[in-house]
Design a protein around this ligand. Structure first.
Ligand SMILES: Cc1cc2nc3c(=O)[nH]c(=O)nc-3n(C[C@H](O)[C@H](O)[C@H](O)COP(=O)(O)OP(=O)(O)OC[C@H]3O[C@@H](n4cnc5c(N)ncnc54)[C@H](O)[C@@H]3O)c2cc1C
Length: 402
């Protein structure tokens, strides 16, 4: 197998994430898959350990909170918090992706705060666990179509609307809510607001039952005349029609590599398990011989591994570009598109290769196949990523290529 080198300084992080996965996450993986909506209390301790590592500088971030563009130094390349976050996420999802998504204080809203917040907000929201609420009953892929409104009233904004499929929406301390300051202006008027739990007018209506990542809660939240301090609007409150959607969309450049990492981690788990099964069954996988000279199972396995490696490379590239302050929207979408599809293909193919072992609830393979599908849906579906890639490669605007 081609061995892709991760930066030397992050190898202990990768190793630590794998150890944590093996010793702490996998042993309770099935428990919370079956007990959907039960809060995985074991994660409280783990989250504190991750924060300790982050504070000591030993880990840039095993979740979303470490994601922020570094100040680029002039002395060469940077392997910073984006790289650390994808490597940490990959290692944790090798254990259980639902747990990473349910990790206290490591929410996708934290990535939004890290990407868009000013320095004062960064300080004020430090340590807050933030979920991310973009999707609405009539707004999914077309996120410019946000119906939730935010109306300025003195030193507050009044929010009204409904958000669905909010990951960690029930458990998080706060939710980063996308709302429009003026629906007539379109996408430039969409801003994100930090709404803290318990704010009057904010209500968790229900939790979803899901195919996979069942350890992670997914909530429907309504906002009815919900008053939020004006200083909770993340970033610039002015509507800049020229800059358009750029502010809030910047989050995706950092979170898409992270979701790619989750798919890469789950698929890696499935490949590791399947390799062991094949080898135990006497199948020889020869990395020095052409696939067509080997058994069908070995050839199939080699093809799956190469697909996985391509996704991992794109993930590393997009995170590296973010660390080095290079525009990475194209690469972030490429990584997400490739890894999202690869995650489902690889895990389901591993189920196929493993036969009844793969399908049984005695093993985690069938769970990984279910968990991986979401990586191709949230933070922009497969089709939306391909659309973004096509627009960027062809130099077309969203109005020109829909
Ligand atoms: C478990 C889970 C957790 C989630 N967590 C969050 C969260 O934390 N925060 C949040 O805001 N949202 C979250 N979501 C929502 C998720 O981001 C959306 O489901 C996703 O953006 C797709 O939107 P949609 O479901 O409305 O599908 P739609 O946009 O209705 O799309 C349906 C299908 O049509 C395709 N399609 C749509 N437009 C086009 C086009 N122009 N060209 C080609 N094909 C197209 C899509 O790819 C898809 O296959 C979550 C969803 C799930 C299932």
């Amino acid at each position: 197998m081609i061995n892709l080198d991760i930066p030397k300084k992050f190898r202990p992080l990768a190793e630590q994430a794998h150890q944590t996965s093996a010793n702490m996450l996998r042993p309770i993986s099935r428990k919370y898959d079956l007990a959907e909506h039960e809060r995985p209390v074991e994660l409280d301790l783990l989250a504190s350990m991750i924060e300790g590592l982050q504070d000591s500088g030993a880990a840039g971030g095993a979740g979303a909170s470490g994601v922020r563009r570094e100040d680029k130094k002039d002395d060469g390349v940077v392997n910073g918090s984006n790289m650390a976050s994808v490597i940490g996420a990959q290692g944790m999802c090798w254990g259980d992706a639902g747990f990473l998504l349910a990790m206290p204080r490591q929410g996708l809203g934290n990535a939004a705060i890290a990407s868009v917040a000013n320095d004062e907000q960064l300080e004020r929201f430090k340590g807050v666990w933030a979920a991310m609420a973009i999707t609405e009953p009539g707004t999914g892929s077309d996120s410019a179509n946000i119906m939730t409104t935010a109306v300025k009233d003195g030193d507050e904004y009044i929010l009204n609307g409904e958000k669905i499929f909010v990951t960690s929406g029930e458990r998080a301390d706060a939710v980063v809510v996308w709302a429009s300051l003026d629906k007539n202006i379109g996408r430039a008027a969409i801003k994100s607001f930090v709404v803290t739990k318990g704010t009057p007018g904010m209500k968790v209506e229900r939790l979803e039952h899901k195919l996979g990542i069942r350890a992670s809660d997914t909530a429907v939240i309504t906002f009815t005349d919900c008053r939020v301090p004006a200083e909770n609007l993340l970033g610039n409150p002015d509507i800049d029609v020229k800059a358009g959607f750029g502010g809030v969309m910047a989050t995706f450049d950092n979170t898409r590599p992270l979701v790619a990492a989750m798919a890469v981690g789950i698929a890696e788990a499935a490949l590791d398990y399947t390799r062991e099964l094949l080898e135990n069954a006497g199948v020889v996988i020869d990395y020095d011989a052409p696939a067509y000279t080997q058994s069908a199972a070995a050839a199939k396995f080699l093809q799956l591994e190469s697909d996985w490696e391509a996704a991992e490379l794109l993930m590393l590239q997009s995170a590296w570009m973010a660390d080095n302050r290079q525009p990475n929207s194209l690469e972030a979408s490429m990584a997400k598109a490739k890894a999202g599809r690869m995650g489902s293909d690889v895990t389901l193919s591993c189920v196929e290769l493993a036969g009844s072992f793969g399908y049984s609830e005695n093993e985690l393979l069938e769970k990984w196949a279910r968990d991986s599908k979401i990586m191709d849906i949230f933070e922009g579906t497969q089709q939306i990523q391909l659309l973004i890639i096509a627009r960027r490669l062809l130099g077309k605007s969203s109005a020109e290529l829909k």
